[in-house]
Ligand binder design. Structure first.
Ligand code: NAD
Ligand code: FES
Length: 281
């Protein structure tokens, strides 16, 4: 059992939890994820790591309460326990093994979409702590759904906020903001790292391809075991079959078959809705 030592509501239906899991915290790196099971009947929920404190032994996750499993997590409070907390899983971000002096010369742009802002934070923080300043575009549907803005601002080179409805910051999608920065404000980037809904990552990859900016995306397909055994997280990257849980979750965004990934991600929608209805009863 893993104790919830902190819980904070970040936005409607979005909350963060700090979980006491010293072994996971001690080996966590940017780009990795965990699988959380709320209780004996809970499903395995893959969640990207938002932050970790190796001294305190805590790992922070950010959860959007959507289906029955995330709703089970949502009702837990500080002092409660989750049954299982497995990780860190997946391959750390590529730059973790790069020479820091080389990284400092790179102009890096992160694109964070909605709840995908949570996994962007530890990456930007990791780079900032090593003297590498990255720009960040964060997008949300509306002002109320902008999360972690202060935390990101404290570690980003420049933070650009966009909302779909124009209620805060730039009025438009993150893809519009990329084009605005590059085409109208003369910004240049050597690499883009995009994390958010699959549809956003698809369109970010299409935009950066046009602009000639190499792009990494963090895929979040359906996962079951998270250890490469079940094949649920299968994706096609550069015509090769990859398992997001062990080969990723980060891949070259210009090589990902997003249409297939989107189709596979939605294949259990009917069952998910039925389970959610049953949970409400
Ligand atoms: P959202 O739908 O509010 O989208 C966030 C931003 O993405 C928007 O503000 C917009 O700027 C951009 N966007 C969305 N659709 C776009 C399009 N078609 N073209 C260009 N830009 C577009 O995001 P949300 O509701 O917070 O997202 C929830 C989803 O994010 C869930 O499905 C969850 O699984 C996923 N998620 C992914 C990761 C990951 O690791 N990739 C991490 C956390 C959450
Ligand atoms: Fe089973 Fe990746 S989740 S192979």
């Amino acid at each position: 059992m893993y104790k919830i030592v902190e819980k904070e509501i970040l936005a409607p239906n979005i909350f963060s939890m700090d979980i006491l899991a010293p072994r996971v915290a001690s080996s966590a790196n940017p780009g990795q994820f965990v699988i959380v099971i709320a209780d004996e009947t809970g499903e395995r929920v893959p969640l990207t790591i938002c932050d970790y404190d190796k001294e305190k032994g805590t790992v922070q996750i950010v959860v959007q309460s959507m289906g029955s499993s995330t709703k089970k997590l949502a009702v837990l409070e500080k002092g409660d326990y989750v049954k299982d907390f497995v990780g860190p899983l997946g391959v750390p971000s590529e730059y973790v093994n790069e020479d820091i002096e080389d990284l400092k010369k790179k102009r890096i742009l992160f694109v964070a979409g909605g709840v995908g802002t949570a996994p962007v934070y530890p990456q930007v923080k990791w780079l900032h702590e090593r003297g590498v300043e990255a720009d960040v575009i964060m997008g949300a549907k509306t002002k109320d759904l902008v999360i972690l803005e202060d935390k990101l601002r404290s570690v980003a080179g420049n933070l650009y906020v966009a909302t779909d409805d124009g209620s805060y910051g730039f009025h438009g999608l993150v893809t519009n903001y990329i084009e605005e920065l590059v085409n109208n404000q003369g910004k240049e980037y050597d690499v883009c790292i995009a994390i958010g809904p699959m549809i956003m990552m698809k369109f970010v990859a299409l935009t950066t391809k046009k602009l000639n900016i190499p792009t990494i995306v963090s895929l979040n397909p359906i996962m079951v075991d998270g250890t490469g055994m079940c094949g649920a997280c299968r994706v096609t990257v550069g015509n090769e079959t990859k398992f997001a849980c062990v080969h990723g979750p980060e891949f070259d965004g210009h090589l990902v078959d997003f249409d297939e990934a989107l189709k596979r991600q939605g294949q259990y929608k009917t069952e998910e809705i039925k389970k959610d209805e049953a949970y409400k009863c």
